[in-house]
Design a protein around this ligand. Structure first.
Ligand code: NAP
Length: 243
């Protein structure tokens, strides 16, 4: 059976590195994006150039109809999703809680938590017994991200609970659900937080004295998806240089 993986937010950063690695490992990769089609197509071209198979598929994971349409496109083109990486996530400008609006908090929850929930729900309609899900949480779920983005940290805490609960619901079926909690990874996300050089600024406070790369996160995601992790479910790998 072909292994068909959907990587949400697979067009840039950690999702793009994960898509490329999984493509090399023989997965047929569905590279989801919200708006940046060119970046998604570039990831697809890279995977195809390595001899793999890939498909760029647009959907805002926060919107149920778009998630359903995305799965329809994938099923018609490649077949049922066997593996899922819930990676799409957003944050906004560093602020204290008093400066975070209800609208912003809702937007963060809708993408990071409901998006993950919707993709799990759709994927599970036809995921085989050998299937696996990896949710990309954050070190922020442990630190709480004070003075930066408590809303984002809370969304990642909710994702961790969802990961744990779903892993128990699906364990008897043989479907594994795990999480990774990256921190201080060099991607464009920090620009959205208002500080593109955040990782560089904080490097000396990280025990390993540097930020991480998207490829380092991709390795853990790929391992959790693989049969090498066949007895691992409801677990989390912290990938944050010791934080
Ligand atoms: P990034 O470079 O900003 O990339 C975000 C990706 O998510 C893009 O492909 C983007 O697509 C997609 N996306 C955003 N909102 C979406 C939506 N509603 N629907 C579908 N796709 C959407 O981010 P990153 O740093 O790689 O982060 C990836 C994941 O790792 C996130 O969940 C983040 O919370 C987590 N993480 C990152 C760090 C870090 O230090 N970078 C640390 C901890 C956790 P478009 O470009 O088309 O919008």
């Amino acid at each position: 059976m072909n292994k068909i993986v959907l990587v949400t937010g697979g067009s840039r950063g950690i999702g793009a590195a994960t898509s490329r690695l999984l493509g090399l490992q023989g997965y047929w990769v569905c590279v989801n994006y919200r708006q940046d089609r060119a970046s998604a197509e570039k990831v697809v071209t890279d995977i195809e150039a390595q001899g793999g198979r890939a498909l760029a598929v647009q959907a805002d994971v926060a919107i149920e109809e778009q998630v359903k349409s995305m799965f329809d496109v994938i099923t018609k083109t490649f077949g049922s999703v066997t593996h899922l990486v819930n990676n799409a996530g957003i944050l906004f400008t560093q602020s204290r809680l008093s400066d975070i609006s209800v609208e912003r908090f809702n937007q963060v929850l809708q993408t990071n938590v409901i998006g993950c929930f919707l993709c799990c729900k759709e994927a599970l309609k036809s995921m085989p017994e050998s299937g696996a899900i990896v949710n990309v949480s954050s070190a922020a779920s442990r630190t709480g991200a004070p003075n930066e983005y408590i809303d984002y940290a809370a969304s990642k805490g909710a994702m961790d609970s969802l990961t744990k609960g779903l892993s128990m619901e699906l364990a008897a079926q043989g479907i594994r659900v795990n999480g990774v909690r990256p921190g201080f990874i060099d991607t464009e996300m920090h620009k959205d937080g208002g500080e593109p050089n955040r990782v560089k600024r904080l490097a000396s406070k990280i025990p390993l004295q540097r930020g991480g790369t998207p490829e380092e996160v991709a390795q853990s995601i790929a391992w959790l998806l693989s049969d090498e992790a066949s007895f691992v479910t409801g677990s989390f790998i912290d990938i944050a240089g010791g934080v």
